[in-house]
Design a protein around this ligand. Structure first.
Ligand code: HEM
Ligand SMILES: *[C@@H]1O[C@H](CO)[C@@H](O)[C@H](O)[C@H]1NC(C)=O
Ligand SMILES: *[C@@H]1O[C@H](CO)[C@@H](O)[C@H](O)[C@H]1NC(C)=O
Ligand SMILES: *[C@@H]1O[C@H](CO)[C@@H](O)[C@H](O)[C@H]1NC(C)=O
Length: 322
């Protein structure tokens, strides 16, 4: 307990050191200690059950959490369903639609134990952390006490685009109180998971409309991708971190450094002095500080535009407002 508190303090100080004005005091590592003491244990058990059976869920859950936090803040709004199919979740590309059942199962177990106490926003924050831990990725502290939002609109989904350049990405992150270091560190999440040819084909077949490929890409990698993705194929799966797609490690930075980033948003990390420097250091050192950095930035991500106090509610079912 002592060590946990100390660790949280250290993380808090290092976060403050990054000088972003986040209300770090508004969440609390012990938030449910008296309200629902087994919260973390229950979420961990359920997540472990699902992810150990199907490890690819870890990527989907991590991405789901990122999306939740980037649209209307970490308020569980990504989990809401709309009868008209116009909620946030309806805008998310297909693959990311996986993993809702894990959050629902964890929430159901918590509702049996302490009804109406633990928010879906907190459940998702814990599930994402625990899912990464199951595949032996880094751990990060998850302070709790977020409340659930009541609004989820497809029209508000303004996630960073895989086609975006570094200037735009830095601005997207700055808009959420995250800096360029957070951008390059959190992009390291692409060390796991998959996408589809649909998001890649323009880059390898017709970059400027003249049947060319993006000159920022390694030609050998383009050849390999073309074997995988035929011009009219929008469905086949491609790995985000070829060669190490299942392991949560720093291999992503080697890939980017070799100009084999899958998306423009990956490649463009080489277009800025600071982010390029980070990519190169991690690639050269086998990820000397990646785990610690990832932990710090995930901690920060968990504070983006949160609802606390009397704002929002504690949903009974994560897919519906009360
Ligand atoms: C920097 C801006 C980012 C952009 C433009 C971006 C874009 C994307 C895109 C387009 C996909 C493929 C989705 C699909 O085909 O359905 C993807 C996958 C993924 N993203 Fe990102 N992402 C970004 C940052 C992040 C962050 C911050 C995280 C988490 C901390 C993250 C975690 C993931 C994961 C784990 C996958 C694989 C999902 C799976 O296997 O289901 N991404 N990303
Ligand atoms: C995914 O999207 C494709 C095309 O956009 C669609 O045909 C397919 O049914 C979708 N799959 C799921 C599971 O929603
Ligand atoms: C980055 O993208 C934005 C939006 O598409 C564009 O306005 C800007 O000129 C681009 N910047 C660079 C340096 O290419
Ligand atoms: C490439 O792009 C150009 C301009 O957008 C378009 O006219 C052409 O049909 C495209 N070619 C292919 C093979 O998609």
């Amino acid at each position: 307990m002592m060590t946990k508190t100390l660790l949280a303090l250290v993380v808090l100080l290092s976060v403050l050191g990054n000088s972003v004005a986040i209300p770090w005091y508004s969440l609390n590592l012990n938030y449910y200690r008296s309200r629902c003491p087994d919260t973390e244990r229950i979420v961990r058990r359920v997540t472990q059950q699902y992810v150990s059976r199907k490890p690819s869920l870890a990527a989907a859950l991590l991405r789901m959490y990122f999306h939740d936090c980037f649209v209307r803040g970490c308020d569980g709004s990504i989990l809401l369903k709309s009868p008209n199919n116009d909620a946030e979740r309806n805008a998310v590309p297909n693959l990311s639609l996986r993993g809702y059942e894990v959050v629902d199962a964890a929430k159901a177990a918590l509702e049996r134990r302490c009804p109406g106490v633990v928010s879906c926003a907190d459940v998702l924050a814990l599930v994402a952390r625990d899912a990464v831990l199951v595949i032996r990725g880094p751990w990060w502290p998850v302070p709790l006490g977020r409340r659930d939002g009541r609004i989820s609109r497809i029209s508000e989904v303004n996630l960073p685009s895989p086609f975006a350049n570094i200037t735009t990405l830095k601005q997207n992150f700055a808009d959420k109180g995250l800096n360029a270091k957070d951008l390059v560190v959190l992009s390291g999440a692409h060390t796991i998971g998959i996408s589809t040819c649909a998001l890649v084909n323009a880059r390898i077949y017709n970059f400027t409309g003249r049947g060319d490929f993006d000159p920022a890409m390694n030609p050998g990698y383009v050849r390999a991708l073309k074997k995988r993705c035929k011009p009219t194929d929008f469905r086949s799966i491609v790995d985000m971190d070829p060669g190490s797609v299942k392991r949560f490690d720093s291999h992503y930075y080697n890939v980017v450094a070799q100009r084999k980033g899958l998306f423009t948003s990956d490649s463009t990390l080489l277009d800025d002095f600071d982010t390029r420097h980070y990519v190169q250091i991690q690639a050269l050192t086998n990820g000397i500080s990646f785990n610690r950095d990832f932990s710090d930035s995930m901690f920060k991500l968990g504070f983006v535009e949160i609802l606390t106090g009397r704002n929002g509610e504690i949903r009974r079912k994560c897919a519906f407002v009360n």
